[in-house]
Design a protein around this ligand. Sequence first.
Ligand code: EPZ
Length: 417
Amino acid sequence: MQKLLIDGKKTLSGSIIISGSKNSALPILAATILNNHTTIKNIPFVNDIFTMLNLLKFIGLKYRLSKKTNLVEVINPRKNINTIAPYKLVKTMRAGVLVLGPLLAKYRKAKVSLPGGCAIGTRPVNLHLFALKKLGAKIKIKNGYIFATAKNGLKGTRFRFPKISVGATENAILAAVKAKGITVMDNCAVEPEIIDLLNFLKKLGVKINIKGRKITIEKSLKEKKVSHKVICDRIELGTYIIAGALAAKKLKLKNIDKSLIKKEISVLKRMGVKMSIGENFIEVYKSGSIKNINLKTDPYPGFPTDLQAQIMILMTQAKGLSKIKESIFENRFMHVPELRRMGAKIEIRNNTAYILGPSILTGAEVMATDLRASVSLVLAALIADKRTKINRIYHLDRGYQDLEKKLINCKARIKRV
Ligand code: EPZ
């Protein structure tokens, strides 16, 4: 199993090109089932994207990718389509469940493995199924699989999600775009990645209206040759801004869209992070003094759960007590015991982490548990005394394109063994 060896206390300087968003590219790839010929640009080549491409191939779609230009072209040949998402693929990546909506909408049936739990929480899919049933699907669970049918096609309807869910909103959108009549869904997730998916679907003739958390979908999708560039990865961007705030003389982050991270920028500014922000770049510098802060993760436009672990490293360097409440997932503090082993002073009570800073972090052998927990250990290692050894880094490869290459180019000392 591969590990990262990181020698801390090296001053970072240089520039990093931010990749396209993984969490935007995944539902858009699922949406290619609905179309005949789709080109997606700015695709991040990370392992979750390859898993989704394998799933599309299993279903019977064909793809061609260009790693040089971060582009993938997907063709649905319409013949020999398998309306199945097998356990072996969905268990390695929960986003595999996003093919349920498009398969059901286009082929009127689907058999998709239930994803099961994961390190950060139980992560059920009841809300996905709730929405599909509202659209007229018949659903049965048997042998670990979701069996969904809609013999006469899906029908537009009105409903309200009892809880906000990114994946359930995406699955519902991907089904509703081929339903007969108008669908009005309320209490939807409205993350930038969902807006990106909607912008893609608009190119296929779907009429979409978004008002607050209400999404209205009318006019069924028309298949045509289409091309779409996915938005920049706001979580990767936030991660590197924090890296810069912790350790950089000057770190320039390029190929970005600053409008996607307004909340994060205001939080970081309140903490005293020094940045200069241009139209499509951000420069960040290590600040002499970081201020403590109280935060809570929330659905967009709130502070993202996907940056909770990373900002905690900045909190370990802030003067005084910082707090962060995790309100999305029930078990997303797996990085805390590892950070404590590196010298951080963190306690957890009622899904809130209390971080007392500033602490001197020291290198240790640690274990990565999920994507964002893993990258938080990388951030901690960058400022730690001596060497940190991070085990189980396959989590990082699921969601960060060229992580060590990007950091090594900015003078970090990292080795993969
Ligand atoms: C998406 O996961 C992201 N994944 C996650 O990114 C992100 O952490 C999460 O949204 C929250 O922002 C992708 O986009 C591929 P949810 P998703 O459904 O859709 C509960 C990363 O590191 N829930 O919004 O699975 C659920 O248990 C990751 O890139 C139900 O109860 O998240 C959680 O508590 C990991 N029933 C909450 O809702 C359901 O049917 C929000 O989950 C669905 C969800």
